[in-house]
Design a protein around this ligand. Structure first.
Ligand SMILES: [Cu+2]
Length: 293
């Protein structure tokens, strides 16, 4: 940009070109409005309301995926100095409003004000972290990205009663070997040797924990629930809405309502707490062709 300041000719040319484009576009819009006024009125409403779904045109149903955008519904995730993350082992970020003001007030959701999920784009290296808020309203957390590759960071939070999941990519230089998604399975073993079995009935996903062949019943509360589940879609890392289900009679199950938004591969990361430690079990699910869903 800087070198163009001393040479106005290209700028003027660009401006003229953009002006012409705008005229062409306006003409096309006008023509479209004449043919189908409803379509354009809807589009105009969407722009004026900031892309919200409250204008009555969109179905009232909640969106089934989140985390695909860095900015959404008037808030944006900004990573401070992304290139420094691997050197400093520390991630700093903030949530800003459209006008640039840092969001400082966050609601407690699942026991915390900010949840950070980090995963490499091939769905390996899952981390769930709870950053600390700094004096200026930003957030920071120690973050170690052990292997090269492209990572997806999800900031999951609520402010003014509105929940958001914003996503941004962070790259770690170096030779990178993408791993295949493991085959679908209904059992997984954690690093600490807990075996977790998964069962699905309709939208309900039920996890049962075993250690040395025996069922583990003393699962401790984690983030205000029996467990925490993150479900991501293979391919675009869409972040699914999942809801912990309150426990009825069978005290040793960990249950969630999961609504798969489409066919395809998914990776489920279940976290649960036993003996004061949090354990993670990961499952591949294949939805479609008569399986799952
Ligand atoms: Cu969390």
């Amino acid at each position: 940009m800087r070198k163009h300041i001393n040479n106005l000719n290209p700028l003027i040319r660009v401006a003229l070109f953009l002006g012409l484009l705008a005229l062409v576009f306006a003409g096309a819009t006008f023509a479209g409005a004449a043919v189908d006024p409803d379509v354009d009125r809807e589009a105009a409403d969407e722009h004026s309301s900031g892309g919200g779904e409250m204008d009555g045109h969109a179905p009232a149903r909640q969106p089934t995926v989140k985390g695909l955008a860095q900015a959404e519904d008037g808030v944006r995730l900004v990573v401070d100095d992304p290139s420094q993350v691997t050197e400093s082992g520390r991630l700093a970020f903030k949530i800003v409003r459209d006008q640039g003001a840092t969001v400082r007030d966050f609601d407690v959701e699942h026991d915390r004000r900010m949840h950070l999920i980090v995963v490499r784009r091939d769905l390996t290296g899952f981390q769930h972290l709870h950053p600390s808020q700094t004096g200026d309203g930003g957030w920071e957390v120690p973050l170690r990205l052990a292997d090269a590759g492209s990572y997806r960071l999800f900031a999951d939070f609520s402010s003014n009663g509105e929940s958001h999941t914003l996503g941004v990519d962070l790259n770690v230089d170096g030779p990178f070997e993408a791993r295949e998604l493991p085959q679908p399975a209904t059992a997984a073993v954690t690093d600490s040797g807990y075996e977790v079995r998964l069962a699905e009935t309709g939208d309900e996903v039920r996890f049962t924990v075993f250690k040395d062949g025996a069922r583990v019943r003393d699962i401790e509360p984690y983030l205000g629930a029996r467990g925490h589940l993150v479900a991501l879609r293979e391919g675009d890392l869409a972040f699914l809405h999942v809801h912990p289900e309150s426990q009825a009679s069978e005290g040793s199950d960990i249950r969630f309502a999961v609504e798969y938004p489409s066919e395809g591969g998914y990776r489920l990361f279940l976290q649960f707490k036993v003996d004061g430690r949090v354990h993670t079990a990961a499952f591949t699910r294949e939805v479609g062709d008569g399986h799952g869903g």
